[in-house]
Design a protein around this ligand. Structure first.
Ligand code: GTP
Ligand code: ZN
Length: 187
């Protein structure tokens, strides 16, 4: 996706006029540039390398779980932020993924116009691809500003979405670990 940053800046200027504002007044003069810069950085985010994995002999039933991942996304219906907490678990097949890559994968999925369900689906699909593991679970806990600062104005509402695959939905031990990992990540 390529962004026409000059056009975005122009449109912000027009938007300020449509708001009834004077875009040339001192406080607003640089606002179109700043606002366009935000969208360029947010939507143009480059996650970098997401697939560094290390061969690892796995003994027994090994679960890798990273909780407390925090990311910002943008609700595609209202263009308002989603503050998202993510927990990712996977059972390695024959290699382990560099831990930071789980955060990079999350950012890659979140930094676009999104719905929460699609973010967690996309993270899970990517983790399955780069780890080669079928046992992958992703849980997202989202605070949607479109539900708190406008609309229904339900400040405490949190949306939980899960994309659990392989043994996670069927194995009570794995499911329990995922659930406790999700609550650890809330702190
Ligand atoms: N499934 C899903 N819905 C979302 C997400 N983010 C926002 N929404 C919902 O998208 C819906 C859009 O509904 P509309 O009726 O078209 O828009 P609206 O009149 O602004 O709706 P209200 O938010 O109820 O005021 C709302 O119910 C939002 O809560 C998301 O990540 N996933
Ligand atoms: Zn919304």
């Amino acid at each position: 996706m390529t962004m026409d940053i000059t056009r975005v800046e122009q449109l912000y200027r027009e938007l300020l006029v449509a708001f009834g504002e004077d875009p040339d007044r001192e406080g607003l003069r640089d606002t179109p540039r700043r606002a366009a810069g935000f969208w360029r950085d947010f939507l143009g985010y480059d996650a970098g390398r997401t697939d560094t994995a290390f061969a690892q002999e796995i003994t027994g039933d090994h679960l890798v779980l990273v909780s407390g991942i925090r990311s910002w996304s943008m609700c595609e219906h209202h263009l308002l932020p989603i503050d998202l907490g993510v927990t990712i678990g996977y059972v390695p097949a024959s290699s382990v993924l560099g831990l930071s890559k789980l955060v990079r994968i999350t950012e890659m999925a979140a930094r676009r116009l999104q719905v929460q369900e699609r973010i967690v689906e996309r993270i899970a699909a990517e983790v399955m691809k780069v780890t080669g593991s079928a046992d992958v679970a992703v849980t997202g806990v989202g605070h949607h500003l479109c539900m708190s600062m406008r609309g229904v104005r339900s400040a405490g509402a949190r949306t939980v979405t899960q994309s659990w695959h392989g043994r996670f939905p069927h194995d009570p031990h794995l499911a329990a670990r995922m659930l406790s990992g999700t609550s650890e990540g809330k702190s």
